[in-house]
Design a protein around this ligand. Structure first.
Ligand code: PXP
Length: 256
């Protein structure tokens, strides 16, 4: 049991469930089923601590209406992933999610391929981070586990960095133990550095039942955002079981 007097025990690791790919399946037929908001309700009932949704420029999965519905119906914190563009800024300021995670976006990519170049795009990003913060929206920057990017995130006074776990997960899937260990070490030292800079640390991308435990064991990380695998696994076991099993692995990695 990881709750103490109704609140979470120290060291509790939050799970943000990304529901983008519920929308991907819905959009494959252009109708309304399956509804992302229904998945968000189920995720809440299964113990998710937050809902994450990525509104992409091309609206390939989550739609503007989904964001409005999630904001209106779901009491869990909403983490809106978005590119740093004027259009997305206007939408964020209108819906006021709890957090906005700024991500790089390329039209031709299948998923978010790398972290944001905070160091290179520092001046460009400042305008977005300042406006979001002024509107009481927490600013999260999706970055590779890299010192330069973390320093730049610190200079931008980001509230959160989300460390890109993709390189670690890919190394694991390739069966390359040396690279897996090296990528995990990069995530571990980046998490420690971000905490020293006073930035809250999250991680995500590509996590599965097989890869989650070592990342969940990194003590500075306070939240994982997981989507594709949970929604895929839900086809076989249902969303509730898929989420509760992930939750169990995260708690076990924290000794809870
Ligand atoms: N975090 C960020 C910033 C992402 O862009 C994504 C993918 O949309 C995720 C987490 C979730 O990744 P996955 O769907 O691979 O679990």
């Amino acid at each position: 049991m990881n709750k103490v007097n109704g609140s979470h025990a120290p060291g509790y690791l939050r799970l943000g469930v990304n529901i983008d790919h519920v929308a991907t399946i819905r959009n494959a037929r252009g109708g309304e089923h399956p509804e992302p908001v229904r998945a968000a309700h189920l995720a809440a009932a299964a113990g998710a601590d937050g809902i994450t949704a990525h509104l992409r420029e091309d609206r390939r999965h989550i739609s503007d209406d989904d964001i409005a519905q999630l904001r209106g119906e779901i009491s869990l914190p909403l983490n809106l992933e978005m590119a740093a563009t004027e259009e997305m800024l206007e939408i964020a300021l209108r819906h006021k999610p709890n957090a906005c995670c700024l991500v790089p976006e390329k039209r031709e990519e299948l998923t978010t391929e790398g972290g944001l170049d905070v160091a290179g795009g520092h001046n460009h990003l400042r305008r977005y981070t300042d406006k979001l913060k002024a509107s009481d929206i927490r600013v999260s920057l999706f970055v590779d586990a890299n010192e330069r990017q973390l320093e730049a995130a610190g200079m931008l006074e980001a509230d959160i960095v989300e460390l890109h776990a993709g390189a670690y997960c890919e190394a694991f899937l390739d069966g390359d133990e040396e690279r897996t260990a090296a990528e995990l070490a990069r995530l571990t030292s980046a998490a420690a550095m971000a905490e020293k800079l006073g930035i809250e640390v999250h991680a995500g991308h590509g996590l599965t039942f097989d890869t989650v435990s070592p990342v969940a064991a990194i003590p500075e990380i306070v939240e994982l955002n997981i989507g594709h695998f949970l929604v895929g696994e839900a086809i076989f076991v249902g969303l509730h079981d898929s989420i509760t099993r992930m939750r169990g692995l995260m708690d076990a990695a924290r000794g809870q």
